[in-house]
Write a protein that binds this ligand. Structure first.
Ligand code: HEM
Length: 122
């Protein structure tokens, strides 16, 4: 018998849980001195909604992502490697806080790392 494939979306706990993780990532970002200034002029509710949609979509959940692709969203921001790693750190801390399993942490990390060259432009 073949094992049923359960999406990362489902294993993260679905949209509500991903929304909570996004909230925690946001709190980490705005208190992270390496990157907080990047978000100073952002509409926090809008960005959090976009990121929630993006993660739900990217991990195999239902629903659409109507935002920009990662290249278009970040190409004019001149983002450094250090800033990218600061974002990754904030995400990993939020996953720990939400008791996400190691396997799921690693899968999400892999997804984010795969976007590195679209996000960093320096
Ligand atoms: C893999 C890593 C990342 C992902 C998945 C990601 C995801 C996103 C998404 C989904 C949006 C919304 C796009 C839209 O509005 O259409 C966004 C916007 C943005 N991202 Fe990222 N991002 C990443 C890395 C970074 C990094 C490293 C920085 C810089 C510290 C950054 C800074 C921003 C800023 C400033 C915005 C615009 C916020 C606004 O509209 O006010 N992102 N990102």
């Amino acid at each position: 018998m073949e094992a049923k494939q359960v999406s990362l979306y489902e294993r993260l706990g679905g949209r509500e849980r991903i929304h909570q993780i996004t909230e925690d990532v946001w709190v980490n970002h705005i208190s992270n001195p390496d990157i907080s200034s990047r978000y100073a002029n952002s509409d926090s509710e809008k960005v959090k909604a976009m990121v929630t949609d993006f993660v739900c979509w990217g991990t195999g959940g239902p629903g659409q992502y109507a935002g920009k692709n990662m290249l278009d969203a970040h190409r004019t921001m001149n983002i450094s490697h250090r800033e990218f790693m600061a974002v990754i750190d904030d995400v990993m801390r939020a996953l720990e806080k939400n008791s996400v399993g190691k396997r799921e942490q690693n899968e999400l990390l892999g997804l984010l790392m795969s976007l590195k060259n679209d996000v960093i432009h320096r």
